[in-house]
Write a protein that binds this ligand. Structure first.
Ligand SMILES: Cc1ncc(COP(=O)(O)O)c(C=O)c1O
Length: 434
C-alpha cells in the first residue's frame, strides 16, 4: 500500500481514511461507496501550485476535471487557486454552478459541438483548445456572430508516447488528438488559423500520455515543443506567449508502480520548469506562460471504493472468486484496459494473506472484474473490501449499466464524513424514461 498520515491501518488492523474507520463508513453510508480524502486532494493541489509558482511564476495549474467532477471538487480547486480544464458542457456547467471563475477554465476536446463552443465563448473561458479544421471554422463563425475574439491554443502531437516507465519518441501520426509536428500538419493548421480574424492563437498544447513516472518524457516533450516554437518564430515570425504541457503524472495503483510522494510531484514540476527555462534561453524564445494539467495525480490516490463481499466461489484447482456489490458500473477501468488495483479487507488489514482471489463485479458481463490474483486473508461474505487509488476516472466514468445505481461520494476529513454526491435513487433511473 502507499499509506500516508490520512490513510493507514491502525494497531487493530482497521483501515483508516481521513480519520474515519473505513468499515464504519460502509455501515453508515452503505456500499458500494466512493470515499475521498480531502486533505490529500488539498496537499496535491498545494504541491503543484506552490512548486510551480516558485519555480516558474508565469504559470497556472489547471486541474483536469475529467478525472473527477462534481461541485465540491470545483470548490476545493478554486479555494486552492488552480484553474480547470473541462471537456464538455456538463463539466463547465458543474463548475459554473459553484461560481468557478471561467477565465481560469480551458475547454478541450477533439470534437466540441457547436453548442459547446458557444457555451465556451459566451462564458469567457480562458482558452479553447483547437483540434480540427472543422472546429476552427465553426468557432470563427460563432465569434464573428457575437463580435467576440477568442483566445485559443492549438493541440499538437509532439511525437512522444509516454506511459508508465516507458516513453518512446515516434513520428506516429495516428492519434485522434492533435496535429503532428513532424509531418508538417501542425504548421499548416497554424497557418490556416492565422487567417481567422476572430480567433487568436495564444499558444500550443500537448498531452503526451498517462501514468508517467519517467521525468525524461517531459524533458523530451519540452525540447520538442520549444523546437517547434523556434520554427514558428523563424518561418512565420510568430511568437506564442503560452505553452500548455498537459498532465499525465503517474500514481500508485499496485506494486508495479512507484510509491509516489509529494516530493516526487514537486520534482516533476521542478524539472519541467528548469528544462523550459533552459530551452527558452538556448533557442532565443520569449519566456512563455506555462500551464500544467494534472488530473489523476490530484485526485487518484485520495479515493478508495468500499464494497461488501457477497458470493464467493471456488473453481477447484483454478480460481477463488469473491463477488462484490459493485463492479464495472462504478469502476470500468479493468474492463476497459485491464487496469490493475490493490485491494484489502478493511477490518482484517493486518492479517496474513493466505489465498489468491479474483474480485468480480456484479454485472452480467464476464469481463466485469475489478482485480485479479489478489493475495488476501480468508475472505467471508459480509467482509468490507477496499479498492485503493480509485479517485480518478472511476466516479467520472461510472454508468448505470444493468440499471445499477451510481454509488454516492463521501468526503472525509479529520474524523468526519459527509456526502459530496448523494446516492442515486431508483426514481432517478426512470426519471427521463417516457
Ligand atoms: C488534454 C489533457 N490534459 C490533462 C489530462 C489529465 O491527465 P492525467 O489525469 O493523467 O493527469 C488529460 C487526460 O486524458 C488530457 O487529455
Amino acid at each position: 500500500m502507499n499509506f500516508r498520515d490520512t490513510l493507514y491501518v491502525n494497531e487493530n488492523g482497521k483501515l483508516i481514511i481521513g480519520g474515519v474507520q473505513a468499515s464504519v463508513l460502509a455501515k453508515q453510508f452503505g456500499t458500494p461507496l466512493y470515499v475521498l480524502d480531502k486533505k490529500h486532494v488539498e496537499n496535491m493541489c498545494d504541491v503543484f501550485i506552490k512548486t510551480l509558482s516558485k519555480e516558474y511564476p508565469k504559470s497556472l495549474v489547471c486541474y483536469a476535471s475529467k478525472a473527477f467532477s462534481c461541485k465540491e471538487i470545483y470548490r476545493i480547486i478554486n479555494s486552492k487557486k488552480l484553474g480547470i480544464d473541462v471537456v464538455s458542457n456538463g463539466e463547465l456547467y458543474t463548475a459554473k454552478s459553484v461560481d468557478f471563475p471561467m477565465n481560469k477554465a480551458i475547454f478541450h476536446g477533439n470534437n466540441k459541438t457547436a453548442n459547446e463552443l458557444i457555451t465556451a465563448v459566451t462564458n469567457g473561458v480562458k482558452y479553447v483548445v483547437l483540434d480540427s479544421y472543422y472546429e476552427v471554422d465553426l468557432l470563427e463563425e460563432i465569434c464573428v456572430e457575437r463580435g467576440i475574439k477568442q483566445n485559443v491554443l492549438i493541440r499538437v502531437n509532439p511525437g512522444i508516447e509516454a506511459h508508465t516507465h516507458h516513453y518512446i519518441q515516434t513520428a506516429k501520426q495516428d492519434s485522434k488528438f492533435g496535429f503532428s509536428i513532424s509531418n508538417g500538419d501542425a504548421l499548416e493548421f497554424i497557418k490556416y488559423v492565422l487567417t481567422k480574424k476572430n480567433v487568436n492563437i495564444e499558444g500550443l498544447h500537448c498531452h503526451i500520455g498517462s501514468q508517467i513516472f519517467e521525468e525524461k518524457s517531459y524533458v523530451i516533450c519540452v525540447e520538442k515543443m520549444t523546437d517547434f516554437y523556434k520554427l514558428l518564430k523563424q518561418e512565420l515570425s510568430l511568437t506564442l506567449p503560452t505553452i500548455n504541457l498537459g498532465g499525465g503524472f503517474g500514481i500508485w495503483y499496485n506494486d508495479e508502480d512507484k510509491k509516489t510522494t509529494l516530493e516526487d510531484y514537486a520534482n516533476f514540476v521542478k524539472i519541467i520548469a528548469k528544462t523550459l527555462k533552459e530551452n527558452v534561453k538556448a533557442k532565443g524564445l520569449t519566456q512563455p506562460f506555462l500551464i500544467l494539467e494534472p488530473g489523476r495525480s490530484i485526485i487518484g490516490e485520495a479515493g478508495i471504493t468500499l464494497y461488501t463481499v457477497g458470493a464467493t466461489k471456488t473453481i477447484k484447482d483454478l480460481k477463488n472468486y469473491i463477488a462484490i456489490d459493485g463492479g464495472m458500473f462504478d469502476n470500468p477501468r479493468f474492463a476497459l484496459y485491464q487496469a490493475k488495483y490493490t485491494v484489502a479487507l478493511c477490518d482484517k488489514a493486518n492479517l496474513e494473506p493466505v489465498k489468491k482471489y479474483t474480485v468480480a463485479g456484479k454485472c452480467c458481463e464476464s469481463g466485469d472484474v475489478i482485480a485479479e490474483d489478489c493475495m488476501l486473508p480468508e475472505v467471508n461474505s459480509g467482509d468490507i473490501l477496499a479498492v485503493f487509488s480509485t479517485g480518478a476516472y472511476n466516479y467520472s466514468m461510472a454508468s448505470n449499466y444493468n440499471r445499477n445505481l451510481v454509488p454516492p461520494v463521501v468526503m472525509v476529513e479529520k474524523g468526519k464524513a459527509k456526502y459530496i454526491v448523494k446516492p442515486q435513487s431508483l426514481d432517478d433511473l426512470i426519471r427521463n424514461d417516457v
